[in-house]
Design a protein around this ligand. Structure first.
Ligand code: MN
Length: 280
């Protein structure tokens, strides 16, 4: 082996080695933003004239029995948009010629997240809509949204994710869940530097968005702009407003419109950072 040239040598001690050390010491925490996936996981329910998505189901193949004496395994049945999941651009007609879920570049699955907290507003009004002005106020405090990153909207809605009815929060007029206004959805898609929108609700759009113009503006504008959605996130209260790095791992379903995803966030813990290597 020859010595690496100066140009090829890593700058400073390995960044990844430092990351591993911080993970070991607790200087960096891994926060799981993923809802557990089971037959009880809430799913979107559309008006009856439309096709419906499947709830998650396990089908046992064998469990240390005569079907397989030493092994346990299952088949599963699931919608692409079941539980915590990733919306690909081709999910919506506006993005029908854009990327499928398997074509989303791996590089874009690791990205910083900005967290906008509207928990108090949503507690007062489940139909609360984020406006551009709310994001501009956030930027006045925290700086620009991250280029190539995520905008996560923290609403507290994941506290309802244990069951279908409170999570969908529907009455005779339809579901009542928070989201973005039409103007805000368009701004995030067409003006902001983020590549995606992450939410705690069953979809990126507000419950009332079927009646907006255009209908479902987050889907319409974001997918049409080649951007992404992440839904049914939880533990957003454990993220800082800025600085978290999100790893979103949707299954690469060829030609698929989305996929269940394990979504993790790396978060620096103040006061512990930098202590790696000083522990025994
Ligand atoms: Mn979806």
């Amino acid at each position: 082996m020859s010595e690496p040239t100066a140009a090829a040598a890593p700058a400073s001690p390995s960044v990844l080695a430092a990351l591993v050390a911080e993970l070991s010491s607790g200087g960096i925490e891994v926060v799981d933003l993923t809802a557990p996936l089971s037959s009880g996981t809430p799913v979107l329910r559309l008006p009856p004239e439309f096709g419906q998505t499947q709830v998650f189901e396990l089908e046992e193949i064998s469990r240390y029995d005569d079907r397989g004496p030493a092994w346990y395994w299952n088949n599963f049945r699931s919608g692409e948009h079941t539980g915590t999941h990733f919306d690909a651009p081709n999910h919506w007609v506006t993005g029908k010629d854009l990327a499928d879920i398997a074509s989303v570049p791996a590089r874009q699955l690791v990205a910083p997240a900005a967290v906008l907290d509207v928990t108090d507003e949503v507690a007062k009004d489940p139909d609360f809509l984020v406006e551009v002005e709310h994001i501009e106020a956030w930027q006045d405090r925290h700086g620009a949204l991250p280029d190539g990153g995520w905008l996560f909207v923290r609403t507290g809605w994941s506290s309802r994710s244990h069951a279908q009815e409170p999570f969908l929060n529907a009455d005779a007029n339809g579901p009542h869940t928070p989201g973005l206004s039409v103007a805000c959805a368009r701004w995030v898609a067409e003006e902001s530097p983020v590549t995606g929108l992450g939410v705690e609700t069953v979809g990126t759009d507000a419950g009332a968005a079927h009646g907006f113009d255009p209908a479902f503006p987050c889907h319409s504008y974001l997918m049409g702009s080649g951007k992404y959605g992440l839904t049914q996130l939880q533990n957003l209260d454990r993220l800082p407003s800025t600085g978290a790095v999100v790893i979103a791992g949707p299954l690469p379903i060829v030609s698929g419109s989305g996929a269940p995803a394990r979504v993790l966030a790396l978060v620096e813990r103040t006061g512990r950072t930098g202590q790696a290597g000083r522990t025994s």
